[in-house]
Design a protein around this ligand. Structure first.
Ligand code: SAH
Ligand code: SF4
Ligand code: F3S
Length: 464
């Protein structure tokens, strides 16, 4: 029996149980999945939602549901605090609705100390599992419902990739596609390698057949997901590069836009730059985390590139793809960061003028190498953070309007929630545009003239 057959068996068992309960209650059983963190977690949540839907549960946005599942993030301390706040509220609700089943999964549950906290202090949590065994949800939930026992199942690491999981997409026309799991880079500040395990690439044929099925189902845009997509395929039995994979994906009929996240600068090849430059489908957007502009700090971060190498890489990218939009991540206040180091970061930001930069205050994560280093005082970090943020915002408002007056292709994504009759779409370079139009255009690629720039977004007019 394969793992996916085993899980189909448990899904059937669970469906019977759900149906029995629904008959007794005279109503449908509901579930709510709350997602924290990155695109990887968002994609995992689509799979968890797929499993619960197959088992007969009905999805709801409200946390006042029969089954509530928190898919957690632990990349920074504030992510953890937010989870505990939400759980506190739910505990209150459960007191008057004792049938409510509460589960916690995701990155935070890969940390033994957090699991112990839930086990001993948050006794109203019924089920805990980690990032490596999300495919077991039906089995874990069935076990809890049929025994009434709390279920804890966290794996330290895995080399297993379970294919053929059901999944329920959030959007009909776009989808994330995992191409690899885990991370081997151990940047010294980062907890992800500890909670997501070692790097594992999916086989190209599995990725291609998933994307073909998505295209047949009306998906026009895909986002290839991995912590470091540029090292895709290196450890497969038949090694293949990320650029080669992209070329195969490009051939798939129906797919009109290809995006990917995240690129580590140290592994971004000329082959990839060339493939992007030649491609009609790969979007004109690259998220290329800088983290710091100081070569000394970059070394301490274990990033394997210098300031000069990063600048040179960006130069090569901009020469080959002049209309590229660049975004980045920057950490302020890494242990030992001096004023001079920070000024190097400002210097890179001034030189490159990113379309946008996500700026983070360094957060100490237990177990990572940097956690043992002397920390920068909080007031110094706050001051640097504010200086960086205002530079980033100034750049964004100046740079993002560069296509004003042009007619561009836009994927219409949704009706504007604020103004009746307005639609929201996205340019190839990931910038948003608001324009007047009928909601029948949603999921279609249309031509829009860009009339006014608001920094992060445009106002435009539908052409033709
Ligand atoms: N794999 C991706 C990043 C994943 S985490 C990459 O290498 O680019 C997303 C972002 O969170 C990182 O780029 C980094 O800027 C930030 N981050 C990670 N750990 C952090 C920490 N301990 N404190 C503050 N920011 C952190
Ligand atoms: Fe974290 Fe670095 Fe891996 Fe990104 S590449 S997930 S920052 S360890
Ligand atoms: Fe957070 Fe896990 Fe993503 S720690 S950023 S959800 S990989």
């Amino acid at each position: 029996m394969t793992e996916s057959d085993r899980q189909k068996f448990y899904t059937d068992q669970l469906r019977a149980l759900v149906s029995e309960k629904e008959t007794a209650l005279g109503r449908r059983l509901t579930f709510c999945v709350v997602t924290f963190g990155c695109q990887m977690n968002a994609r995992d949540s689509e799979k968890l939602t797929g499993i619960l839907t197959e088992a007969g549960y009905k999805e709801t946005d409200s946390e006042q549901a029969d089954f509530v599942l928190y898919n957690t993030c632990t990349v920074r301390e504030n992510a953890n605090e937010r989870l505990y706040g939400r759980l506190g509220h739910l505990n209150h609700y459960k007191k008057s609705h004792p049938e409510t089943v509460i589960a916690v999964c995701g990155c935070m549950m890969q940390e033994p100390a957090e699991v112990e906290n839930v086990r001993n202090k948050l006794t109203f949590v019924d089920i805990v599992f980690g990032t490596h065994n999300i495919f077991k949800l039906a089995e874990l939930l069935y076990t809890h419902l049929s025994t009434g026992e709390r279920v804890f199942d966290v794996w330290e690491d895995t080399d297993l990739i379970v294919e053929d999981l059901p999944s329920k997409r959030k959007y009909s026309f776009k989808s994330g596609v995992n191409i690899m799991f885990g991370c081997n880079n151990f940047c010294s500040y980062c907890i992800v390698p500890y909670v997501r395990g070692r790097e594992r690439s999916r086989k190209p044929e599995d990725i291609i057949s998933e994307i073909k099925a998505l295209a047949d189902d009306g998906v026009v845009e895909i986002m290839l997901l991995g912590q470091n997509v540029n090292s895709y395929g290196k450890n497969l039995g038949h090694p293949i590069t990320f650029a080669q994979l992209m070329k195969q994906i490009e051939e798939i009929d129906g797919i009109k836009r290809i995006r990917f996240m995240t690129s580590h600068p140290k592994d971004l090849s000329d082959e990839l730059i060339e493939t992007m430059a030649e491609s009609k489908k790969i979007c004109r957007h690259l998220h290329l985390p800088l983290q710091s502009g100081s070569s000394r700090v970059l070394k301490a971060m274990n990033r394997h590139y210098t300031k000069e190498q990063y600048l040179d890489l960006v130069d090569r990218i901009k020469t080959a793809i002049p209309d590229i939009s660049l975004t980045t991540d920057i950490i302020v206040g890494f242990p030992g960061e001096t004023e001079e180091d920070f000024e190097e970061t400002l210097d890179v930001v001034k030189k490159i003028r990113f379309d946008n930069a996500f700026t983070f205050i360094y957060s100490k994560r237990d177990g990572t190498a940097a956690a043992k280093l002397p920390q920068v005082p909080e007031d110094v970090i706050k001051d640097r953070f504010n200086r960086l943020l205002s530079l980033v915002q100034k750049n964004t408002s100046e740079v993002c309007g560069r296509d004003i007056g042009k007619v561009v292709e836009v994927l219409t994504e949704e009706a504007d929630s604020r103004v009746e009759g307005m639609l929201t779409g996205r340019l190839s370079n990931n910038i948003m545009v608001h324009f007047e139009g009928d909601s029948s255009l949603i999921s279609r690629i249309v031509k829009v003239r860009l009339l006014e720039s608001k920094g992060f977004y445009y106002y435009g007019r539908l052409e033709e």
